[in-house]
Design a protein. Structure first.
Length: 156
């Protein structure tokens, strides 16, 4: 089935308004789907989603960078951190590296971050692939009526 033959929205698993889309590199997404990675974090220099915008029990759709949404999970055990500095990030790395499964390159990229969100990915389950329009190349999206324009089709 190609894009021109996309299924009716009622016939596919479309995304719930008010839910979230988290974008992952393929390697990390595989670890989440295999059950090896059960926690995730998002760091930023400015206050932006998901910081202070996600609640326990919220649905998070898991999307491969440049690919479709392929799974969903529930957010749990959410923690927000603000006013980060070098020392706090070193402590964060020491405390959470074993559950986040992030390499030193990640920690070097995030060393200037001011905000962090840490959360568990609970009840991860695969879903039929859903294509979404993500021309902004964002790593996190909160869905609402205006941006919930998924097309469901089989991805080769």
């Amino acid at each position: 089935m190609d894009r021109s033959e996309s299924k009716n929205r009622n016939d596919c698993h479309c995304l719930e308004s008010g839910s979230h889309i988290a974008v992952f590199d393929r390697g990390l997404l595989d670890k989440v789907l295999d059950g090896k990675k059960r926690f995730d974090s998002r760091f930023s220099k400015e206050k932006c989603v998901p910081y202070d915008s996600i609640n326990n029990g919220d649905t998070i759709y898991l999307k491969e960078k440049g690919g479709p949404v392929v799974a969903k999970a529930k957010a749990d055990n959410i923690k927000f951190y603000a006013n980060l500095n070098d020392e706090k990030i070193r402590i964060f790395k020491y405390t959470y590296s074993s559950i986040l499964l992030m390499d030193n390159d990640f920690w070097n990229r995030e060393k200037d971050s001011q905000y962090a969100t840490l959360f568990a990915l609970k009840d991860v389950q695969g879903i039929p692939p859903i294509s979404i329009h993500d021309s902004d190349h964002l790593s996190w999206i909160i869905l609402n009526e205006d941006n919930n324009n998924c097309e469901c089709f089989e991805v080769p």
